[in-house]
Design a protein around this ligand. Sequence first.
Ligand code: ASP
Ligand code: MG
Length: 439
Amino acid sequence: MSRDAPPVVLKFGGASLGDPTAVGREVDAAASGRTPVVVVASAREGVTDLLADAVAHPRARARHRDVHALLTAMHPELPRASHRHLERLAELFDALERGPTGDAALADRILSVGERLAVGWLAARLTESGRPATPVEADHLGLITDNTYGASCILFDRSRPLVRAGLRRVMARGQVPVVTGYFGRSLEGRVATLGRGGSDYAAAALGALLDARRVELIKRHVAVLSADPTEVPNARPIPELSYEEAEELAQFGARVLHPLTIEPARAYGVVLRVRSLEDPSAVTTITGADPGRRNRALTVLRPLRLLRLRVPGGRQRPGIVAEVAQRLSREGVNLVQLYTSSALLCLVLEPGQVLAGIRALAPVTREAAVMVDGPFRVALVTAIGDGVLADLDRLPRVAVESAEGFSATPRALSLAVPEGRASAVVRALHRALVEEAER
Ligand code: ASP
Ligand code: MG
């Protein structure tokens, strides 16, 4: 193994860690020749949910004990050095029970324990099977993030020298580094998680920092499909996507990728491959755009709410759109989608933010005598793919007739439809844009 050859980064999700033999085989396959391998691991399946539940009930001592016992049971034959994470977790729960509530940095410390246990556990399994491996915790390594606990962003320039030097040291000893996903170390020096599902993002970032040959995101079951198979039974794997298509897919609610995963890969030109451990034929390669390719994927984002603002005199009020957007953002209300015509503004918001949204807009609505209708229950159905505007004439009737609003770029075309129609709309769109287009 040459330590200067570009490595391959293999990221295993929680469910794939359930099969350490398969993980070992993947490491061998990627390491063929002179290619060094860096493994990134999420917490074992269900672990982060348990920790998040514990954090959500800060005073529930008995619950914390149960979670601690479950986590211990889920990591049998944990190496000695990793036991301190379980001891630490008991102390952190203690601090949670006694301390002030709402300490986001403490929550992140607790949430990070799942990945710390996972890398100790996985490195031990790899080492036992003849693949010497070393657990690496990303905060100690120097994966530096901003201070936004619970949803932090990785700072590449600061992280680069630390991450490169640290991982090279491990690889130079002939060891496979097994690095925690999901979190890094904030500028203040505390643990900061990257948001749920953040191990994909961590893996893409490590790949970018190491100039990796490629980053493989290995899921146990599914890969990237043309739609959510529980919604569209005919969904099929998508072999290739451009960075931009994948980014739209992640942003529009395809749960298979964390929304920030694509950015580092695109910025540093790292090839991403999303694949299934169980089904070797399900592979999606994400690289630069290829104008000859036609991909279509559909997503559904729900539940959402739509507010209709009727603006008397519409165009006579320049700046109203900007004013609405600014007032919402000042109150922290996320404007999921905005449709405008001359006298009508349609806002799509998250259900939990509707009241805050209406409150934030009160000064404008009062002053301009704007009438507010709603909230209406809607879902956002989106068709994604380079050149998707060319599909406008194929849109099925049910989609067009249901639409409460419509927005489109050459890469994503999305319709707000009544929540009750969303399933029918996404299936009809899949038939028209994916299945029929294949013939
Ligand atoms: N374990 C974390 C989560 O479940 C991170 C990840 O799985 O990517 O959200
Ligand atoms: Mg997980």
